[in-house]
Design a protein around this ligand. Structure first.
Ligand code: AMP
Ligand code: MG
Length: 492
């Protein structure tokens, strides 16, 4: 039996979709981490993956039996400007596996050497971005947000040249697929309607099989993606997650978060917060994320126009109607999530001021996004909190007390018991997020000293984010001013 039970559907697509090639070997790979539960789910023996043989596969030094490595082509709008030719420039798809429940996953190596789409880049990744993606994508999964995942990571023994010499690394990434809005844009721009049709069928089969019976399948695909992205971006907003590089090539049709480049969770609430060093105009600021997702979906809609209807006007009208649903679906998902965060059965028009005033107070007093909500959860049932509280880390400031009274009055009108309400609030308001200064600490220790202990400890602390453990308080605490990380950088 093969070590990885591959079944590669993308490799069976026409040759216009990719270039087949193998990863470029590295000098002396060493294991950083293996995601055992994920390996198990994918039918891969975790001990094998952690063995020298598995490490060589993750490093790209050996192509496993059944793999059909390829680099896929796509295009995309980067910071609003269209780039007609992107693609897997530092990533190679090894192949796909199907889990016990019949769900199909890509296994991709990131940082595995140059491809025809590298555009002058080296196809490599420094260790820092691999650590960041491993930690943050797995934290997102633990938080319940749809996301690509980290299967394993290795150092390469080679150096990567950026502004300085950095240790190289490879991440084995798992995604439901890597089909991007940019993949559709590439074929639309090349006026390859046949390929668009093939890609639409492939995407529906993989991610929205219930839509295969739809009368207008491209329209059904668009509608389904609009809904899934609205729900995804609502989840980001509810956790204070800032993606940082929401280009159309970084939005997946399957609705998973992808590309943990300059991403970060905010500490103190600030609606205009930006971390990315290259996002000068704040295009991808926290408050802009829903609007950008909407804009990106319009790009997907435009790419699908030739398939929607033979009459251009009809096609445009259908696309417009589908994309116009985004704001409403986003608000619906966001409002439902906010109700859970505040321990309310629902948020009605009467509650709008309550929610808006909270965010205004958080902004005015630079309150920590995560701990404010977590502390409210503690306070939902003061008689007997169901978990250790974060009181030692964060207390509601006096300025918030009038608001707290209003919230409590509003709570009186809820029919459920305080302890149920609190359980629901704890499940919606994490104690642990991958705080940027802790992620940075893990990166620095690994990159500068070869010390992976901070990485492992942080990874462990983030595994059960909705369960507060006072012993792990250092991972729940916001940065002191001198610890604050104000800028994040892409992996390139
Ligand atoms: P990203 O900013 O990660 O979305 O990447 C944008 C594009 O640049 C993609 O086509 C990547 O494959 C490519 N790219 C990024 N970094 C590198 C690199 N080190 N070598 C080659 N291509 C890269
Ligand atoms: Mg990308």
């Amino acid at each position: 039996m093969n070590a990885i039970p591959f079944d590669n559907s993308y490799a069976r697509m026409p040759e216009t979709f990719y270039t087949k090639l193998s990863p470029t070997p590295v000098a002396a790979p060493e294991l950083i981490a293996v995601n055992r539960p994920l390996a198990q789910r994918l039918g891969i023996d975790a001990d094998w993956l952690a063995s020298p043989e598995g490490v060589h596969v993750v490093a790209g030094n050996a192509v496993p039996e059944g793999a059909e490595p390829l680099a896929s082509v796509y295009a995309g709008h980067q910071f609003g400007s269209y780039n007609p030719q992107l693609g897997d420039g530092r990533a190679i798809l090894l192949g796909e596996v199907v889990d016990g429940a019949g769900q199909r996953f890509d296994i991709q190596l990131k940082g595995s050497g140059p491809t025809p789409y590298s555009r002058g880049g080296d196809g490599r990744s420094p260790l820092g971005p691999v650590i960041r993606e491993y930690l943050v994508s797995e934290a997102m999964h633990a938080l319940g947000v749809p996301t690509t995942r980290a299967l394993a990571a290795v150092t390469t023994g080679d150096q990567v040249v950026r502004e300085q010499f950095l240790p190289g690394a490879v991440l084995a990434r798992v995604a439901s697929s890597h089909i991007r809005i940019g993949t559709f844009q590439y074929f639309a721009a090349n006026k390859n309607t046949q390929a668009l049709q093939t890609l639409t069928n492939h995407t529906l089969t993989r991610h929205y099989p219930e839509q295969l019976v739809a009368e207008n399948m491209p329209l059904a695909l668009l509608q389904a993606v609009v809904a899934r992205q609205a729900s995804l971006v609502a989840r980001w907003q509810l956790l204070g997650f800032i993606h940082g590089v929401m280009n159309t090539d970084n939005m997946l049709l399957c609705g998973e978060t992808i590309d943990y480049g300059p991403c970060a969770f905010m500490d103190a609430f600030q609606a205009g917060k930006v971390f990315s060093s290259i996002d000068q105009g704040g295009r991808y600021a926290y408050r802009n994320q829903p609007g950008i997702a909407h804009w990106n979906l319009a790009c997907l809609a435009q790419s699908l126009l030739p398939l929607l209807h033979e009459e251009q006007d009809e096609a445009v009208a259908m696309a417009q109607t589908a994309v116009d649903r985004f704001p409403e679906l986003f608000v619906q998902a966001h409002t439902e999530g906010m109700a859970a965060k505040l321990g309310l059965a629902e948020i009605t028009a009467d509650d709008t001021a309550l929610v808006e005033d909270l965010f205004q107070l958080m902004a005015d007093h630079q309150l920590d996004f995560t701990l404010t909500f977590r502390r409210l959860a503690d306070l939902a049932d003061e008689s007997s909190p169901r978990q250790a509280t974060v009181k030692e880390l964060f207390e509601i400031p006096d300025a918030l007390l009038p608001w707290l009274t209003r919230w409590r009055e509003r709570q009186q009108r809820e029919s459920n018991e305080p302890d149920d309400r609190q359980a629901r609030m704890y499940a919606a308001n994490p104690a642990f997020i991958p705080r940027n200064h802790r992620v940075q600490e893990a990166i620095a220790a690994a990159s500068d000293d070869g010390d992976f202990q901070p990485f492992s400890a942080l990874h462990a602390a983030l595994a059960t984010p909705y369960q507060f453990d006072p012993a792990l308080a250092r991972y729940a605490t916001p940065p002191r001013p001198e610890q604050e990380v104000r800028q994040t950088f892409c992996g390139t």
